[in-house]
Every structure is written in structure tokens, then in C-alpha cells.
Design a protein around this ligand. Structure first.
Ligand SMILES: NC(=O)c1ccc[n+]([C@@H]2O[C@H](COP(=O)([O-])OP(=O)(O)OC[C@H]3O[C@@H](n4cnc5c(N)ncnc54)[C@H](O)[C@@H]3O)[C@@H](O)[C@H]2O)c1
Length: 385
């Protein structure tokens, strides 16, 4: 099995999720490659100590990402930093010839994203992908196969979204994810939007225009030092897009919701697609359940509930009857990255990580959404600007 030597830049929440997935690599069957964690960079020394404690393979621990990128023993990097650092560090990583898995939104705004994508074009031998794990739930993989086969018929409408309640408490202190400077003008769209775009974009669906309504529900928060600080990022975003399915040439409404303040929703990612022949819906609230409605004229219209198990895109040791959770889909996403790096393509169409073109489309959409909210008008989504 070929080894890919990884460095992590930004060793916080998501950095540790990757490290943990790499430590559980033996759970995957038939993988051609495996990641080995050799270097860690974070300005927080205590966090780096966790990696040294758990990973004997880590031989470099630094607070300077340039040192990590200069390490010839690092083949690939996972960068999970605040959004204001994406452009600088992603470009430096790609220009250093490292393969990159970058966190979304892949640049704090469209200009930053374009600069990262230009670096990728300058270095075509580097493999560049963006993180997004929810399509790796077995039920969503099934939905992907149904889209690919044309089984849904003409799309009537689609809804995708990511709702959570991490900001419900107005007394929760502000952090980098709640400031425009570090998180960006996109606000919640930058945090959660890619998760809601991955399946539609992989389906090839193209948003033509968007009407967005954005909400800043909690405009200030405790600053953690006894005072209050402005919290000007958008908490919730609802986007309605006229969307083209290039397969049928039909357009349909696609509603995309990303909420940080969603009562009753702890961390809910969902997809619902109505088709003229088959309709499907899935939500992580019930992670093993796939609902399918197959329409035949004259028959009852009945939603079937299918219990999915561990039928993952990349085979695992877990018995087929057992359910999948967040850490399992993170492992699947990393399997997808390593598999595609090795083979040049994912194991199947919907089992691939977000591509630079898909990232560019998300920035076109979120940029248009900002204008739409400001002007209270539908705005064209210009993918080629
Ligand atoms: N895919 C997902 O499900 C998911 C979930 C959460 C966050 N994210 C994304 O991951 C990225 C990081 O988010 P997180 O939740 O892990 O944040 P985090 O705050 O937990 O981690 C960020 C880390 O970056 C470090 N850091 C800050 N400045 C640095 C610098 N100059 N050099 C080195 N290290 C520095 C911080 O010390 C911190 O440990 C963001 O892009 C976010 O949108 C993705």
C-alpha cells in the first residue's frame, strides 16, 4: 500500500478529525494508499502536543506553515484554518508542490478563491480538492446513483441544506467564525454552504439566478472579556435558485438553506429532490433512513422507507447492517481523496471530493446571493466572471 505523507496546517477541530480518521485507516478495505501524519502546524502549542502524544510518526511540529511546506518529507497537506488565511496558505501549499485538501469555503471571498484556483492551474501536478463529507452517507450515495441513472425523471424541485443551532445561545462569546474579518462577508454561507452545494453541483445542476434572504439575528455577542463585540456575520441564509439540469435542459427551483440558528436542529444536513418519476429525501436526523417515492400512473403514491446500512462507497470492515455516523463519513471523504489522488478519478461519480470547478461555482452563487440580499432582487449567477 502506497503511503502519502501528510502535514496538517490548522490543528483544531477539523485537523484532529482528519488525524483520527488516518489512525483508523485499517477500517477501510482494499485501499491502494494510506495517509501517514508526519508534520503539524498550529500557533497553539497545546494542540500540537496532542498530535505528538498520539502519533509517533509526527517528526515536525511548528507554528510556521512555511517551515512545514519546506519539509521535503511532506507530500500532501490538509489545511483547516480560519477563512482569512485560506488564500495565503492554500496558494503557498500548491506553489510548494504539495497536494492539497483545503477546507471550505476555499478562500474568504471570490477574489481569494480565484487566486487559489490560479495557483492550482499553475501547478497542474498537484491534486487539489475541497472538504465536504455529507454526501458520503450511504443513503446519499444511493441518491447519487439514482440521479446518475436518470431514474428521477425531470426534476420538479430540489431542496438541500444544513441547519444547526450552535449559535442559538445569545450569550455564547464571539469567536473567529462570527467576525467578518476572519469568517468573511459570506457568513453562514461560507461556513455551511459548500455542504449544501456538493450534491447538486456533482449532479451537474447549474444555478442560473438566485434570490437570497440573509439574516443577522444576533448582532452582538459577549467578547469573552466582560464586554460586547459586534457579530456582523450572517447567521442564516435562504437561497432560491432557478437551476438548470443539463441532462433534461429543464429548469427547476432549488432552495438552499444554511442556518446557524435553527431551533430544534443540532446538526442537520438534508437533501430532498422531487422528480417526475422518482422522488427522494434524506436527513442526517435519521442517518440510516432513505425515503423513496416511485411514481407509476394509477398506483398509490407511497413513500418507501429504506433502512440503509454501512454500504459505503469505499468498502469498510463494518458489517453491512450497521449504521454510519459523522466519523465514518469523514473516513469515507478521506478515502475518496486518497483514492482519487492515486487513481486519477473517484471510485464513482458521487464518491469524489469537491473539485476546484465546483468550489468556483459555490463562490459565484454566494457572491450573487450577497448582491441579491442587498438589492432585494433576483441576481444572475455568473460562473465565468
Ligand atoms: N468540513 C467540515 O465539516 C467542517 C467543520 C468545521 C469547520 N470546517 C472548516 O475548517 C476550517 C477550520 O475550522 P475549525 O472548526 O477546525 O477551526 P478551529 O478554530 O478549531 O481550528 C483552526 C486552527 O487554526 C489555528 N491557527 C490560526 N491561525 C493560525 C496560523 N496563522 N498558523 C497556524 N495555525 C493557525 C488555530 O490555533 C486553530 O487551532 C474552516 O475553514 C472551517 O470552515 C469544516
Amino acid at each position: 500500500m502506497k503511503t502519502i505523507r501528510f502535514g496538517i496546517i490548522g490543528a483544531g477541530l477539523m485537523g484532529r478529525e482528519f488525524a483520527s480518521a488516518a489512525a483508523r485507516w485499517c477500517h477501510l478495505k482494499d485501499m491502494p494508499t494510506r495517509p501517514e501524519l508526519v508534520a503539524v502546524c498550529d500557533t497553539n502549542v497545546a494542540l500540537r502536543a496532542w498530535y505528538s502524544e498520539h502519533f509517533a510518526t509526527v517528526t515536525q511540529s511548528t507554528d510556521d506553515y512555511r517551515e512545514l511546506l519546506a519539509n521535503p518529507n511532506v507530500d500532501a497537506v490538509y489545511v483547516a484554518l480560519p477563512h482569512n488565511l485560506h488564500q495565503e496558505v492554500y496558494c503557498a501549499a500548491i506553489d510548494a508542490g504539495k497536494h492539497l485538501m483545503g477546507e471550505k469555503p476555499f478562500g474568504i471571498d471570490r477574489a481569494a478563491n480565484e487566486s487559489i484556483l490560479a495557483a492550482a492551474r499553475r501547478n497542474p501536478k498537484t491534486f487539489v480538492r475541497c472538504s465536504s463529507e455529507f454526501p458520503f452517507y450511504p443513503a446519499v450515495q444511493q441518491i447519487g446513483r439514482m440521479i446518475e441513472s436518470g431514474e428521477l425523471g425531470t426534476i420538479i424541485e430540489a431542496e438541500t441544506g444544513f441547519l444547526h443551532s450552535s449559535d442559538m445561545d445569545p450569550d455564547k462569546p464571539v469567536n473567529w467564525k462570527r467576525t467578518i474579518e476572519a469568517n468573511g462577508e459570506y457568513g453562514v454561507m461560507g461556513d455551511l454552504g459548500m455542504h449544501a452545494c456538493h450534491v447538486p453541483f456533482r449532479a451537474g445542476w447549474q444555478p442560473k439566478n438566485v434570490r437570497a434572504i440573509l439574516s443577522d439575528i444576533v448582532p452582538q455577542r459577549p467578547d469573552g472579556q466582560g464586554g460586547m463585540a459586534p457579530c456582523r456575520t450572517w447567521d442564516n441564509a435562504t437561497l432560491l435558485c432557478e437551476t438548470l439540469d443539463p441532462v433534461t435542459q429543464a429548469t427547476f427551483p432549488w432552495t438552499l438553506r444554511t442556518y446557524r440558528i435553527a431551533p430544534g436542529e443540532k446538526n442537520t444536513w438534508y437533501v430532498r429532490i422531487l422528480g417526475t418519476r422518482t422522488s427522494v429525501r434524506f436527513s442526517t436526523k435519521n442517518p440510516r433512513r432513505l425515503d423513496v417515492l416511485r411514481y407509476s400512473p394509477g398506483d398509490e403514491q407511497a413513500w418507501q422507507q429504506i433502512d440503509t446500512g454501512a454500504e459505503t462507497a469505499y468498502p469498510v470492515l463494518t458489517g453491512g447492517i450497521f449504521e454510519c455516523g459523522f466519523t465514518d463519513i469523514i473516513l469515507q471523504m478521506w478515502a475518496a481523496y486518497c483514492y482519487e489522488l492515486h487513481h486519477g478519478k473517484p471510485i464513482s461519480r458521487f464518491a469524489g471530493c469537491v473539485t476546484p470547478d465546483e468550489v468556483a461555482m459555490s463562490h459565484a452563487l454566494f457572491t450573487a446571493a450577497l448582491v441579491s440580499h442587498k438589492t432585494t432582487a433576483a441576481v444572475e449567477v455568473r460562473a465565468d466572471d
